[in-house]
Structure formats: structure tokens, C-alpha cells
Write a protein that binds this ligand. Structure first.
Ligand code: HEM
Length: 231
């Protein structure tokens, strides 16, 4: 293995990771400087129940109208994220646990997940480009993040035989793109996972307090559709 590839797989990744960690730490300091708004309405439900429901919403496709009516899109979202997780794991396994990828079926599973994620990304990109409503609300970062992820996932599939002797190009491309991803992520929508717990906890607490979440509690409190019908 060349020194260039060794450096790309190790020092360059660690520097990019440290940069990402630093930007995230600064963001967290910034987020925690905001005072949490005080709820002034009368408590009808339980804040804790609303928070749990809100955080788990991502694993309850039946709970959101958009995923309930478009189960295929939910599947796409899951496939995309599983493949991303596999590619991130591969970027650590290749330099620090290469023994795992000596087993052909393990490599095969990772490649299949990453390739499926690339296809899910392509489907989402096609929809963003062709659906006029989605186009209207899409920012340049929405497009760039998706295109970049698709290219990065494709590089992951090509790199995964993890055979530098057969040519280092795919591995150099994968690790070069991974380093760029780590530096770019904190400034893009891809950093959404950092904000996820904050936004979900805050929303869940508010709607839990008002008795709107979880829906079962809302019904027994007489809120929501049941009350609408009675009015
Ligand atoms: C705890 C981790 C994560 C959570 C909870 C999460 C959650 C989500 C959610 C709820 C969406 C919206 C899905 C939709 O509109 O159907 C989304 C979209 C997206 N996520 Fe994540 N995500 C996580 C990690 C990641 C990571 C690590 C990446 C990339 C490195 C990523 C890349 C994306 C992209 C690119 C989209 C937008 C797809 C599009 O524009 O169609 N996510 N994520």
C-alpha cells in the first residue's frame, strides 16, 4: 500500500473528524446558549409522553401522514440511511479492522447496502428535480448533498473489494470524498442529525404538554378529531 493511501485512510480522516467534532462542539455551545421557551398553556397532557412519541416518530411510519400514505418513500429513507451507516462503518473498518473485509460475504453485504442506498438517493434526487412543489422548496444544498452522497456511495461500492494491490484509485477516491464529507457536513443539511434530538424533544414536550401528542392521550383528553366531530 502506498504512503499516499495510508495517509488518506488515517491522518486525513482523523484531521477531518477532528474538524467536524470542533464545529459540532461550537454549535452545541451556541444551541445551549438559547433559553428554552416557557410553556404558558394549561397542562392537558404529559410532556414526557409527548417527548417519547416525538423522538420515536422516525420509527413509526404509520404515525405520520406523509409516510403512512407513501410507505415506499419511508422504505427509501430507511435504505438510504442504512447504506450511509454501512459506508461510514466501512471507512473505519478498512483502516482499523481490515480483517473483517477478508470474508467475502461480509464485503458483499456492505456493498449491497451501500449500492441500495445509492439507488434510493438517485430516486430521491429524481423526485426533487421533477416534482414542481419539491423543486420550489429545494435549496442548492438539498441538491448538492444528495448528489455528493450518491457519488460517495458509488465510490464506497468500488472501494469495498479493499484490494489496494489491484489499484488504489477507488480507495483514494472513497477516502478523499469521506474527508470532504466530514468537513462539509457541519455546514450543510446533512448535519440534521445533530439538531434532531433538540427539535424533536422541544416539539414533543410542547405538544405533549398541550395534550396533542401522543394521539391516544389526545383522544382520551377529548382533543383532536373526536372533539372536532362533537363541535
Ligand atoms: C441519527 C442519525 C440520523 C437521523 C435521525 C436522520 C434523520 C433523517 C430524516 C428524518 C430525514 C428526512 C427524511 C424524509 O424527508 O423522508 C433525513 C434525510 C436525509 N438524511 Fe438523515 N438522519 C441521520 C443521519 C444521517 C447521516 C449520517 C447522513 C449522511 C451522512 C444523512 C443524510 C441525509 C440526507 C442527504 C437526507 C435528505 C434526503 C433527501 O433530500 O431526499 N442522514 N434524515
Amino acid at each position: 500500500m502506498s504512503n499516499l493511501l495510508r495517509t488518506f485512510e488515517n491522518e486525513v480522516q482523523l484531521a477531518a473528524l477532528a474538524f467536524m467534532g470542533l464545529v459540532y462542539a461550537l454549535r452545541l455551545v451556541w444551541i445551549f446558549r438559547f433559553r428554552v421557551g416557557r410553556e404558558r398553556t394549561v397542562a392537558v397532557g404529559r410532556e414526557g409522553a409527548g417527548t417519547g412519541y416525538s423522538l420515536m416518530n422516525i420509527a413509526m411510519p404509520w404515525a405520520m401522514e406523509s409516510t403512512r400514505t407513501h410507505p415506499g418513500r419511508y422504505l427509501e429513507f430507511v435504505v438510504l440511511h442504512l447504506g450511509i451507516a454501512a459506508a461510514i462503518a466501512a471507512s473505519f473498518i478498512i483502516p482499523y479492522g481490515p480483517g473483517l473485509f477478508e470474508t467475502a460475504w461480509v464485503r458483499g453485504i456492505f456493498r449491497a447496502f451501500i449500492a441500495a442506498a445509492g439507488l434510493a438517493g438517485l430516486a430521491r434526487l429524481a423526485r426533487r428535480l421533477t416534482n414542481p412543489v419539491l423543486r420550489e422548496i429545494s435549496s442548492p444544498d438539498d441538491y448538492f448533498s444528495l448528489v455528493f452522497l450518491i457519488v460517495w456511495l458509488a465510490a464506497g461500492v468500488l472501494a469495498l473489494p479493499d484490494r489496494p494491490a489491484a489499484g488504489e484509485g477507488p480507495l483514494l477516491a472513497f477516502f478523499g470524498l469521506t474527508a470532504f464529507l466530514l468537513v462539509y457536513v457541519p455546514f450543510s443539511k446533512i448535519g440534521h442529525y445533530l439538531y434532531y434530538p433538540f427539535s424533536r424533544i422541544y416539539l414533543g414536550r410542547t405538544l405533549g404538554h398541550r395534550g396533542a401528542w401522543p394521539p391516544a392521550a389526545a383522544k382520551s383528553a377529548g382533543a383532536g378529531p373526536a372533539r372536532k366531530g362533537a363541535a
